[in-house]
Design a protein around this ligand. Structure first.
Ligand code: 5GP
Ligand code: ZN
Length: 114
């Protein structure tokens, strides 16, 4: 449920400060400490789940809530265009092993993302 050694679990508990932009009973969203775009928000479940790759049918409702929260963040931030990205595994660039969706916006992006 919660991992005391996990950075994002500690943010959920309020042990490490973060700039919250949105919260629901299941999900929180806060600004990335090292923004890669004018808007860069991380949307995470309160529950500790390692990555998108660890999701199962048991997480169907929560997965929907995560994506809806990403859309809410984009609306709150006034973004018409944005990227919703979930790096999964070290080779894909995941550095914090608590599931998160990056919401990036306020600039243009190239495809493929690299
Ligand atoms: P990942 O690399 O796993 O896809 O994304 C992890 C993100 O967490 C990175 O963009 C990184 O800048 C952000 N991050 C790492 N430590 C902290 C922190 O203590 N606070 C906040 N707000 N973001 C963090
Ligand atoms: Zn965690």
């Amino acid at each position: 449920m919660s991992d005391p050694s996990c950075l994002f679990c500690r943010i959920v508990k309020g042990e490490i400060p973060a700039k919250l932009v949105h919260e629901t009973p299941d999900v929180i969203a806060f600004r990335d400490i090292n923004p890669q775009a004018p808007v860069h928000v991380l949307v995470i479940p309160r529950e500790h789940i390692e990555s998108t790759g660890a999701l199962t049918e048991a997480h169907e409702a929560l997965s929907g809530k995560l994506l809806v929260a990403a859309a809410e963040v984009a609306r709150k931030e006034g973004l018409d265009s944005f990227r919703a990205v979930s790096n999964t595994g070290a080779d894909a660039g995941q550095s914090v092993f608590h599931l998160h969706v990056h919401v990036l916006g306020g600039r243009s992006f190239t495809w493929p993302p690299g």
